[in-house]
Design a protein around this ligand. Structure first.
Ligand code: FDA
Length: 392
C-alpha cells in the first residue's frame, strides 16, 4: 500500500494543474491516468494548436445551474496567470480571434510545460493505471488500482467528461460522485454539431463544406461566428456555441447574412433590375451555391418584377430569419465538452471540496461548469485545478 497526501485521478488539464500547485506546497502528490499518454485532449485541442485560454474570460462565458459558482476560482487564477506561465516557458502564441490564444507551434508545448512544472515541483505521474475500487475509512481514501493499493488523505477527481469516448474519455467521475451520494446535473453533449432528419438534411448535404458568417439565436442567446454546412447538418463555431443552449424539439433562428437587410436588397434589386431572376438576386446576399440550393429547396423562382412584397419578404426571411428544427446533435462522439456534471451545490466554490465528504475534490469538466467555445474550458480546468491545489 502506497501512502500519499494527495492522489489525483486524471492527468488532463485540471489534474496536472492541481498536482503542480499541491506539489509546490510540499504535498506528496501522485497523478494517475488510464491512458498511455497524459493530456490527450490538450494534444488534439484547437486543431493541434490548443486554444489554451481566452483574454476575455469572465463568468458570463460559462453555463452552470449556479452561474456564480465559477466566480471565485476564475478570479483567483485568471487567464493572465496562465499566460504568465506560458510566457515563462517561452512558448510562442498568438491571438487568433475574439481573445482566443493558441500556440504558434503545437499543443504539445502546453503538455511539456505542465509536465516540466510537475517534475520541478516534485509531483509524480503514473500512466496506464486504472482504478478498481475506492473506499473511505479512517479519514483516508483507499484505492485498489491496476498497479496496487494506494492510500491518500485527499482524493481529486479530474477525469473530465465522456466526450470523444474513443480517446478513453469516461463518465468515471460521475460514478465516484454517485458512490459518495453527491447529486449530478444530467450530463449531455455540448459544443457539438447539430443534425437534421427533415428536408434540411438533404439541403445541408448538398451544401456540405460551404461556410458563412452567421448570427444564430436560441431564445435570448445569440452567437455571431462562422457556420458550416455538413453532410449531417450544421456545424462551425456559431452552431457549436448555440448547441450548449439548444433544447430538443425547439427551433433555432439563423441569420445567414447579419450585415444586410435582405428584404431591402431584394426590393432595391426589383426596382433596378426587374428582369433579374430572384435566384440571381439572392446571390447578392448569400454565397451563390447557397442561393442556388435555397432557391431549389424553397421554390424561389421567377423574375423580380413578378414578385410581390410578400414573396420577397418570404425569400428574405430565409436569409435573415431562417428557422430550423434540429433533430439532435452528433452526441459525445464529436462533442468538445459534456454539459452538466457534479452539482455545484455539493462543492465549495473556493476549494472544490465536496461539502459532505471531507478530502474529496472535483475539478475541471466533471463539474457542472461548461465554457463557451474559445479557450474558456481550459481556463476553467486551470482555475479549478489551481483552486483545489491550494487547499489539498
Ligand atoms: P481532460 O479530459 O482533459 O482529462 C481527463 C483525464 O482523465 C484524461 O487524461 C483521461 O484519460 C483521464 N481519465 C478519464 N477516465 C479515467 C478513468 N476511469 N481512470 C483513469 N483516468 C481517467 N477547450 C479549450 O478551452 N480550448 C480548445 O482548444 C479545446 N479544444 C478541444 C478539442 C476537442 C476535439 C475536444 C474533445 C475538446 C476540446 N476542448 C477545448 C475542451 C477541453 O479539452 C476540456 O474541457 C478539458 O480537456 C477538460 O479538462 P479536464 O482536465 O477536466 O479533463
Amino acid at each position: 500500500m502506497r501512502n500519499l497526501d494527495v492522489l489525483i485521478i486524471g492527468a488532463g488539464a485540471a489534474g496536472l494543474m492541481c498536482a503542480i500547485e499541491a506539489a509546490k506546497r510540499g504535498r506528496s502528490v501522485l497523478v494517475i491516468d488510464h491512458a498511455r499518454k497524459a493530456a490527450g485532449k490538450i494534444r488534439i485541442s484547437g486543431g493541434g494548436r490548443c486554444n489554451f485560454t481566452n483574454l476575455h474570460a469572465t463568468p458570463a462565458n460559462y453555463l452552470s445551474q449556479n452561474p456564480r459558482f465559477c466566480v471565485s476560482a476564475l478570479k483567483r487564477y485568471t487567464q493572465h496567470d496562465f499566460l504568465a506561465m506560458v510566457d515563462r516557458h517561452r512558448i510562442p502564441w498568438h491571438e487568433k480571434t475574439l481573445g482566443q490564444l493558441f500556440c504558434d507551434d503545437s499543443a504539445q508545448d502546453i503538455i511539456s510545460m505542465l509536465l516540466r512544472e510537475l517534475e520541478a515541483a516534485g509531483g509524480k505521474l503514473q500512466l496506464e493505471t486504472s482504478v478498481a475500487s475506492i473506499e473511505k475509512t479512517g479519514g483516508r481514501f483507499h484505492l485498489a488500482t491496476s498497479s496496487g493499493g494506494i492510500s491518500a488523505q485527499s482524493l481529486v477527481i479530474a477525469t473530465g467528461g465522456p466526450s470523444i469516448p474513443k480517446m478513453g474519455a469516461t463518465g468515471f467521475g460521475y460514478e465516484v460522485a454517485r458512490k459518495f451520494d453527491l447529486k449530478i446535473v444530467p450530463p449531455r453533449a455540448g459544443l457539438v454539431p447539430l443534425t437534421f432528419s427533415d428536408a434540411n438534411k438533404a439541403l445541408c448535404q448538398r451544401l456540405a463544406g460551404v461556410s458563412v458568417d452567421a448570427l444564430v439565436t436560441f431564445g435570448k442567446t445569440q452567437f455571431r461566428e462562422g457556420l458550416l454546412f455538413t453532410h449531417r447538418g450544421l456545424s462551425g463555431p456559431s452552431i457549436l456555441q448555440i448547441s450548449s443552449y439548444w433544447q430538443e424539439g425547439k427551433p433555432l433562428t439563423i441569420d445567414l447574412n447579419p450585415t444586410v437587410d435582405a428584404f431591402e436588397v431584394l426590393r432595391h434589386a426589383r426596382t433596378q433590375s426587374p428582369r433579374q431572376d430572384l435566384k440571381t438576386a439572392l446571390a447578392q446576399v448569400l454565397p451563390s451555391r447557397v442561393a442556388e440550393e435555397f432557391s431549389k429547396e424553397f421554390n424561389f423562382s421567377g423574375r423580380l418584377a413578378d414578385q410581390s412584397d410578400k414573396k420577397l419578404r418570404h425569400a428574405a426571411d430565409h436569409v435573415n430569419r431562417w428557422q430550423v428544427l434540429p433533430a439532435g446533435t452528433e452526441g459525445y462522439r464529436t462533442a468538445e465538452v459534456a454539459l452538466g456534471g457534479v452539482d455545484t451545490d455539493e462543492l465549495s466554490s473556493k476549494t472544490m471540496e465536496a461539502k459532505s465528504v471531507p478530502g474529496l475534490f472535483f475539478i475541471g469538466e466533471v463539474v457542472d461548469v461548461t465554457g463557451h467555445l474559445g479557450g474558456f474550458n481550459f481556463q476553467w480546468a486551470w482555475s479549478s485545478g489551481w483552486a483545489a491545489g491550494q487547499a489539498i
